[in-house]
Every structure is written in structure tokens, then in C-alpha cells.
Design a protein around this ligand. Structure first.
Ligand code: NOJ
Length: 543
């Protein structure tokens, strides 16, 4: 069925090359129906906020029918909306309303695994070993005299073995929770199904997809042991992005994307896809964004960089060099729903916030696309002291490490939790916001000149309108100053913009950089320039 397909805001096919994209973690964004969980109607009401923030597009995390064992990354039906989030009609309404105000919509696609509640997995459980139903997943006999040991040594990313045994003696593979069985992408039926799912959402007017575990769909032939984890004593997840594992980043995964690209290209308006991919080297990561595959791959090295000038410089240079080779944009990200919020990663408290604000100016000045995770524009820290019985992350249940602290509902307004996230008198929000978030709400920061929200608004406006930042050109010129200082210039249309970040141990005088446009902290005058303190950043312009 083809539903009305509202035109995206412009027909510029390369819009994603320099876009600012806002990640909406739907169940924590805005709750309109009062059940304590964010929903599509809540998102729709808040679209004007996102337009005014100055982003170009939204990435919505999974909203599909799901038992919600992994926050919706366990999908039971790829062509519908979970009633918790709304209906397909409400989804269409979000698309129309977003496009009407110039915002594009990217949806999350979860192709590596389904939920164990998906009809395919239910049929596989009911069928015999060796059946066509089981061939859509990875079922195998165990090792040991009575098949009592898993088929190989693979570990779940969430901890423990990646295999679960059924009463009939067979084991099935799940690289994440046991409620998330991995699909067998060597089966043509699986490929055909997802090509159809892509078309289903493209027909509804989505502008793109974020591909979950994009590096994981193909497993090495024969499902060989990893082996070296046993020698080093490391958990296999620690090798992610550092070594090639037999279940990740296999060469044949690229065949899947080469089949998807013509589908995306057959729709008007610049439909795109961004890979959540982990690869051993920047070169292998770049393969996902070859011209005939996907459009973007998150630079997790940037997110993982330590708060040091050397660390950032190395990551930025390497990402830009790889992008230049294949003429693809770099894709910067500081936080997401899987990682501790960067205010806390950079030291928490006032120091962490100060650095996070400087990091925002660094990221938003770089060429390429930038992803902003909901709440980072408010300077939200990780919530470290959630009651254990409220934590829902399956990783927490398997390893004790929880991602719930970065998923606490957004504070919008008011003096009492949940700070406008739900209408008055609603069920308590699914995770409680701390008292300190009263001062961090959208209402509390709006119009306050030195607030983090106003900093993001200003920076995003300049990024959109300044010739040197809005250009898709990827050139930056480093200003070689002294250790601890990151300073680079971008130029276009006869003007230059210089971004200076002080991660050193002494203030820096800005004299030679030009007129001040924005700073992450209040700057004092020093001669004809400004004093940029430690852990601060500023943008300067020369015409
Ligand atoms: C990556 C997603 O971002 C994460 O939240 C999820 O748990 C895993 N993929 C499994 O789908």
C-alpha cells in the first residue's frame, strides 16, 4: 500500500552531507497520552521546539510492535507501530507535520535480529530442526557428547554466551539478548523481506534509515570460534571495533547494502541511510559508505575520544582523510542512547558540563553531518543513581552495566518531576528524573543567554547560515598553535570561520582569529582579542 508521500522540504539530494540530525529516543522524549512513556503524539506536539532548535532532521529510535525487552530493538512486526507509541496514522501525521516545517525523518531499522515474539521465530520454535522455518535464523546442534555445550564460543554483546538451548536440544544464536534471535542473512527470503520493509517506510515518506548493527548481519561461514578471547581473558565485546570477529564486519555484508542503495535511489528527495557500524579500522568503516552502499557511518572514535587535544586531533584527521578518499561526509556524534552522556564522561558536575559545551562547538564546526542526542542541548548529565528495580536495560540484567542513565525522560517545564514530560496527573514516567533537572528544563533555559540550550540554538543557527559552515566542502586548515589547543579554519564565500578549543592548561589569547561569534563560556577581553579559558571553545569570523 502506498500512503500519501508528502514531499520532503527540498529536493537537494545531498542534504545529509552537512545536516544536523537530532536523535529522538521516543519513549523518553514527550508523553502525550499520560502513560509515563513517550509517544508519537508527544513528538508531534514538540516538533516546533525542534525546528526552533535549528536541526535539519530527526532520527526516531524503534517504534515497532515489540515486547520491549531491549527498548524496542526487539521487533515483532516491522510494518506497524506499537500501541504504546501510537498508530500508523499518527506516524503519517508526524511525517506530514515535520515536512511542513522543514524537518526530515529518519527511522531505525533493526535487520540483524528480530524479537523472539516475531511470527517467524515463533514458527521456527514450532518447527522441527532442519526446517525452512528454522533456516531463517541460526539454529545449530551443540558440542559435547550430548550436545550440551554451545555450538561455538561466541559471546553476547550483553554478556554471557550468544547461544540458548531449546528443549529439543538445538541451540539458536543471539548476539544480544536471548529475546533477540539473529536472522540468517544468507537466506534469500530474509533479504527479500527487508527490501520490502524498506519500501514500506519509503512509501510512507521517510527520508532515511539508521541501520542497527549494520556490521553484523553476515556471519563467517561455518560459524568458527573467536578463539583469542580465551587466550587474553578479554570479553569479546572489548574487541569490538579493534579486532575482526567472525560475527561482525564480514565482507559479504556489503552485498546487502549494494542491493539496498538502488532502492533508496529509486525514491525522490534524497533518501539516505546511516550505519551503526563498528569496524577494525577507519578504512574498513569507510567501506560502508562507498558510493554504491550507505550514505553515512557514525564516527564512534569521535565519541570515544578522551578529553585531550591529541586524542580529538587524531580522530578528526583520520575520519576526514578516509571521507576524502570516498567523497562521503564524516558523521560526528558525542552521545547516544547506548553511551554514558558526555557531560558525565568528561568529568561530570560543572567541569563536565563546561567541557561538554566546548565539545558541542567543536563538533558543530566540523565539516560533515552532526548527530545531537536528545537532552544534550540541555546539558543533561547521566543519571547514575537510578533505583535498580526500575532499570530496564537487558545488558544490566546480564552484566550489571546499565544504559538506562542516559535514557531518562526529557525535562520540559515546571518545578516537579517529570517536568512536563507527561500531562499533569499521569502515570509516573518510566524512569524518574532527578530533582536537579528542574533547573535544566527547556522552559528554565529558554531565553537565558548563557544556558546550554541557547548555546546550541546559537551554534546551530550559525552552522546553518554561515557560508563557511553550511558548505558541504570538507576542507579544514589547522592553525598550529601550542599543545592542548585545537584550532581550525573553514572558508567559503569570502569569509572564514575559526573554531578554537582550549584543552590545555592555561588560557589562550584570541587576537589573531577575528570577530567573536559565539563562545561556550563567557570570555573576557584581552587587548584587542579575548581570553579563552581552559576547557572552553569559541568561533571567530573573518570577512
Ligand atoms: C544498537 C542499539 O543502539 C542498541 O540500543 C541495541 O541494544 C543494540 N543495537 C541491539 O539492537
Amino acid at each position: 500500500m502506498t500512503v500519501h508521500n508528502p514531499s520532503p522540504p527540498t529536493s537537494d539530494d545531498g542534504w545529509w552531507r552537512s545536516a544536523a540530525i537530532y536523535q529522538v529516543y521516543l519513549r523518553s522524549f514527550a508523553d502525550a497520552n499520560g502513560d509515563g512513556i513517550g509517544d508519537l503524539a508527544g513528538l508531534r506536539e514538540r516538533l516546533p521546539y525542534l525546528r526552533d532548535l535549528g536541526v535539519d532532521a530527526l532520527w526516531l529510535t524503534p517504534f515497532y510492535p515489540s515486547p520491549m525487552i531491549d527498548g524496542g530493538y526487539d521487533v515483532a512486526d516491522y510494518r506497524d507501530i506499537d500501541p504504546m507509541f501510537g498508530t500508523l496514522t499518527e506516524f503519517d501525521d508526524v511525517i506530514v507535520a515535520a515536512h511542513a516545517i522543514g524537518l526530515r525523518i529518519i527511522v531505525d531499522l533493526v535487520p540483524n535480529h528480530t524479537s523472539n515474539a516475531h511470527p517467524w521465530f515463533q514458527a521456527a520454535l514450532a518447527a522441527a530442526p532442519g526446517s525452512l522455518e528454522r533456516a531463517r535464523y541460526h539454529f545449530a546442534a551443540g558440542r559435547g557428547a550430548a550436545g550440551e555445550l554451545p555450538p561455538n564460543d561466541w559471546e553476547s554483546i550483553f554478556g554471557g554466551p550468544a547461544w540458548t538451548r531449546l528443549p529439543d536440544g538445538q541451540w539458536y544464536l543471539h548476539l544480544f539478548d536471548s529475546a533477540q534471535p539473529d536472522l540468517n542473512w544468507r537466506n534469500p527470503e530474509v533479504r527479500a523481506e527487508f527490501e520490502d520493509v524498506l519500501r514500506f517506510w519509503l512509501d510512507r515518506g521517510v527520508d532515511g534509515f539508521r541501520i542497527d548493527v549494520a556490521h553484523g548481519m553476515i556471519k563467517a561461514e561455518g560459524l568458527p570460534d573467536v578463539g583469542f578471547g580465551q587466550q587474553t581473558g578479554q570479553r569479546q565485546v572489548e574487541l569490538l571495533g579493534k579486532s575482526r570477529l567472525p560475527y561482525f564486519d564480514q565482507d559479504e555484508v556489503h552485498d546487502i547494502y549494494r542491493a539496498w542503495r538502488p532502492i533508496l535511489d529509486s525514491y525522490p528527495g534524497g533518501r539516505m541511510a546511516v550505519a551503526e557500524a563498528w569496524a577494525e579500522t577507519p578504512q574498513r568503516l569507510a567501506r560502508y559508505i562507498s558510493p554504491d552502499e550507505l550514505h553515512q557511518a557514525f564516527s564512534f572514535d569521535f565519541l570515544d575520544a578522551h578529553w585531550s587535544a591529541d586524542s580529538f586531533r587524531k580522530v578528526i584527521d583520520s575520519a576526514l582523510a578516509e571521507s576524502a578518499v570516498i567523497n562521503a561526509p564524516t558523521t560526528w556524534v558525542l552521545s547516544n542512547h547506548d553511551k554514558q552522556r558526555h557531560v558525565t564522561r568528561y568529568g561530570d558536575g560543572p567541569a563536565g558540563l563546561r567541557r561538554a559545551r566546548a565539545a558541542a562547538l567543536l563538533m558543530l564546526a566540523l565539516p560533515g553531518c552532526a548527530y545531537v542526542y536528545q537532552g544534550e542541548e540541555l546539558g543533561l548529565p547521566e543519571v547514575l543513581d537510578l533505583p535498580d528495580d526500575l532499570r530496564q536495560d537487558p545488558q544490566y540484567l546480564r552484566t550489571g552495566q546499565s544504559r538506562d542513565g542516559c535514557r531518562v525522560p526529557i525535562p520540559w517545564s515546571g518545578k516537579l518531576a517529570p517536568y512536563g514530560f507527561s500531562p499533569a496527573g499521569s502515570t509516573p514516567s518510566w524512569l524518574p528524573a532527578p530533582d536537579t533537572w528542574r533547573e535544566l528544563s527547556v522552559a528554565a533555559q529558554t531565553g537565558v543567554p548563557d544556558s546550554t540550550l541557547e548555546l546550541y540554538r546559537t551554534a546551530l543557527r550559525i552552522r546553518r547560515t554561515h557560508p563557511a559552515l553550511s558548505t558541504a566542502a570538507a576542507q579544514i586548515v589547522w592553525e598550529e598553535t601550542r599543545p592542548g589547543i585545537l584550532a581550525f579554519t573553514r572558508a567559503a564565500g569570502g569569509t572564514t570561520l575559526t573554531c578554537v578549543v582550549n584543552i590545555g592548561d592555561a588560557p589562550l589569547v584570541s587576537t589573531e582569529y577575528g570577530e567573536l561569534l559565539v563562545a561556550s563560556t563567557a570570555l573576557t577581553r584581552e587587548g584587542s582579542g579575548y581570553l579563552i579559558p581552559v576547557d572552553a571553545a569559541a568561533w571567530f569570523e573573518r570577512c
